[in-house]
Design a binder for this molecule. Structure first.
Ligand code: ZN
Length: 286
């Protein structure tokens, strides 16, 4: 199942006979039982899934997809977690030993959230870097859950960019991850929430991004040091996860900060980001 956010209303995404995707408003097709907002949908996620699995839908009655209208699949989570140093080669390029017990956990503020296709303003004098990440959306409250049941607490996954302004991020006596990674537009996500059963292999997806025509990151999610179940188990040891909560799961190698010479995004460049089985996003920098 794929779900889109248009005007903060949850929509099912279904293929029509002509090969294009169509959108069905979930509140309308469920006669107001689910939604209309994405938050309301995640709060009733298990109930919604069992209803949707038994229902049949007419894709031809749906509206065509306007990509410029798509918004983040979970636009107002109660909590946003982001994971640092979760791929070996990225830890190495960042100058750190890979984490063994617990990776760094920080946040990106919700004000930075956008949909998948956007223009992003580079802060004056800023060193803006790219970080493609698999983003997990929680579908069931989770506290102290084990790895074996962790995927059962996931509504779905989407693509994210953990855009990072490195000067702010590294300013002062201790790193300022939250501020440096939360300028407006620095957390684009989308295009859709994809449920894990739709993926070719939920634990092993190609993940990458390119600047214009040059591929700068390309890895596989199976290379994560802490995979999705391990992250959910580790975070939920301390914190209660709620439906709609977001986890940015860390980035593979190839960021600009780790290059010699270092490289950052400049106005006029376009960042294309993809994950196998989910789709792609486009950020144009101004
Ligand atoms: Zn990151």
């Amino acid at each position: 199942m794929r779900i889109a956010n248009v005007a903060d209303r949850a929509h099912l995404v279904l293929p029509a006979g002509d090969g294009t995707d169509r959108l069905l408003d979930i509140a309308e097709i469920s006669e107001q039982r689910f939604g209309p907002s994405l938050s309301a949908l995640y709060d009733a996620w298990d109930e919604f899934r069992s209803w949707a699995d038994d229902a049949s839908f007419d894709a031809e009655a749906g509206l065509p997809v306007d990509r410029t209208a798509l918004q983040a699949p979970s636009p107002r989570p109660r909590q946003v977690f982001a994971i640092g140093l979760n791929y070996d080669e990225h830890a190495a390029e960042s100058g750190f030993e890979p984490p063994t017990d617990l990776p760094p956990v920080f946040t990106k503020y919700v004000s930075a959230f956008t949909g998948p296709d956007t223009e992003v303003q580079i802060p004056s004098g800023g060193n803006v870097d790219w970080e493609v990440e698999l983003v997990v959306v929680i579908g069931r409250q989770a506290h102290r859950i084990d790895e074996d049941s962790a995927w059962g607490h996931v509504a779905g996954v989407t693509i994210g960019q953990d855009l990072s302004e490195r000067i702010t991020q590294l300013r002062g006596p201790a790193p300022q991850f939250g501020l440096g990674k939360s300028y407006p537009g620095f957390a684009p996500q989308g295009p859709y929430l994809v449920t894990p059963n739709e993926l070719p292999d939920r634990d092993d997806l190609e993940i990458g991004c390119r600047i214009d025509d040059e591929v700068v990151q390309c890895g596989r999610t199976k290379e994560m040091i802490f995979n999705v179940p391990a992250l959910i188990a580790k975070i939920s040891e301390n914190v209660t996860l709620y439906p709609g909560d977001i986890i940015f799961t860390g980035t593979p190698a190839g960021v600009g900060l780790g290059r010699t010479p270092q490289r950052f995004l400049v106005a006029g460049e376009t960042l294309h980001t993809w994950i196998e089985g989910i789709g792609e996003m486009t950020q144009r920098f101004v």
